[in-house]
Design a protein around this ligand. Structure first.
Ligand code: ADP
Ligand code: MG
Length: 451
């Protein structure tokens, strides 16, 4: 029983039975002109000529009909009588409701797998995301981590968009973790969990949680998320999580972080120069800008100066293009024009980097109750040496400065002294709890200043 004509045949047989059962004037008035229009689930939609007839059938004859037709109607199929206008309107309304529900999934269609530029820094994350989108629920959860501006949100959104496209019935929800936190807090404060349950617990097939590190702030929320996670996980529903750090570095309850670690874990790194060039070219293409509008040296200059955040890289390109428009938009954008356009931005970047470095020194000195000049001094007193080495370690690992640059900042020490200092801390961190907790505290203070 597949095509509509089969159902029409069934209805024709039914009409013969009805014609035998009913008085001729009744049959002619109500059923003669009816026909099968659509199949909706197990409802066979039979179109009747007017609302008057529709009402009459449904109010008076429905039982008679179902009874008479029992022998020929199988399974759960039933005939539903409507005028064509009414049926069409109802379908349109339902479709609206559905699109409204769907548009509530927080997906932004501009993030796709196609416009995600792949390279060494992100290919594993990309492939895993693709795999999860193709077969949701199999690799659970997918945990993506990496620094800000490297494409985590882009990948989460791309998974959501892809799944909605190939599994149109799937219920998908993208949610920044902070919204989950707020929703939960609101629900518990107002003691009304209904909307919360509706949003998170009703038949989600795919949950995309962004910036999970924001759950660090509350234990009750973590517990609630733990429940939600288990519910989805046990029902083989896909969970994808993005984070700025690996799961075991999150300051959350162990049972939650161990859940996060039980599936597929991938990281995204800083793209290399080639990849940054491809990204710039891709962004030009998205804006419909011809390749020859801007010189290759200009693109290289941008790619070389904006290394560790793709949003900033894209922002720099936008700035150059805007500056070009403002200046009249004539000729090719060359290197000197590009440098001029980015001058202020680069200056303020350099300045904020200097501020960051100053902060590191201040915070460490403060933590160990010594002065800046003691930290930088040539004294070999352990009281100063350890803080100084922590400083070396952080400037290397968090701010990615070269050893010789760090040496210059820390009282003109040479490259090898800095290297051995930073390496020593790195090694000791694995075994020395006291040192580890000191560095964690310093990092926490730093991140407060960063924000
Ligand atoms: P994150 O969530 O990791 O902070 P986003 O996903 O918001 O980073 O990415 C920042 C910006 O850079 C977005 O506009 C995004 O589209 C873009 N972007 C990031 N990675 C890529 C990539 N591989 N290809 C193209 N655009 C990217
Ligand atoms: Mg993000």
């Amino acid at each position: 029983m597949e095509s509509l004509s089969n159902y029409q045949e069934l209805w024709d047989n039914a009409k013969v039975i009805l014609q035998e059962k009913l008085a001729p004037n009744v049959y002619n008035e109500l059923f003669k002109e009816t026909y099968v229009y659509k199949i909706a689930g197990t409802s066979i939609i039979v179109i009747v000529p007017s609302t008057y007839i529709e009402t009459k059938i449904n109010k008076i004859y429905l039982n008679v009909i179902q009874e008479a037709l029992e022998p020929i109607v199988f399974n759960d199929y039933k005939f539903v009588f409507k005028t064509k206008e009414k049926y069409d309107t109802e379908v349109a309304v339902n479709r609206n409701v559905n699109t409204r529900l769907k548009s509530n999934n927080n997906l932004d269609p501009s993030y796709t797998f196609e416009n995600f530029v792949k390279g060494d820094s992100n290919i594993v994350a990309f492939r895993s995301a693709m795999k999860v989108a193709e077969t949701p629920g199999v690799m659970n959860p997918l945990y993506i981590f990496g620094n800000v501006g490297l494409g985590k949100t882009h990948l989460l959104q791309a998974i959501g968009n892809y799944v909605t496209e190939i599994y149109p019935d799937y219920k998908v929800l993208y949610v920044p973790c902070i919204n989950f936190v707020k929703d939960y807090q609101y629900a518990s404060q107002t003691k009304n969990m209904e909307a919360f349950i509706d949003k998170y617990y009703c038949d989600l097939d795919l949950l995309l949680v962004d910036d999970i590190q924001q759950i660090e702030i509350g234990e009750k929320t973590q517990f609630e998320f733990f429940n939600l996670f288990n519910e989805l996980y046990l029902n083989h529903k896909q969970i994808v999580i993005a984070s700025d750090k690996p799961a075991n570095k999150l300051k959350i309850m162990d049972r939650l972080s161990s859940r996060f670690s039980q599936g597929l874990i991938v990281d995204i790194n800083v793209p290399d120069l080639n990849q940054r060039m491809s990204i710039l070219k891709q962004k030009m293409e998205e804006r419909n800008i011809q390749n020859d509008k801007i010189s290759n040296e200009s693109l290289e200059f941008i790619a070389q100066n904006f290394k560790d955040n793709i949003r900033m890289l894209d922002g720099a390109l936008t700035r150059v293009l805007n500056y070009y428009d403002v200046m009249g938009g004539l000729g090719t954008i060359d290197l000197s024009f590009t440098m001029e356009a980015l001058d202020k931005l680069l200056q303020s970047q350099a300045k904020s980097k200097t501020n960051d470095i100053d902060n590191v020194i201040d915070i460490i000195a403060d933590f160990y109750q010594i002065t800046r000049s003691e930290l930088i001094s040539s004294s070999r007193n352990q009281k100063y040496v350890v803080p100084r080495q922590i400083c070396m370690y952080l400037l290397k690992n968090k701010y990615d400065l070269t050893y010789s640059k760090i040496g210059k900042i820390l009282g003109n020490r040479d490259h090898s002294t800095v290297m051995s200092g930073a390496t020593k801390i790195e090694r000791d961190l694995c075994t020395n709890q006291e040192l580890k907790s000191a560095v964690d505290t310093i990092l926490a203070k730093l991140s407060k200043v960063d924000n």
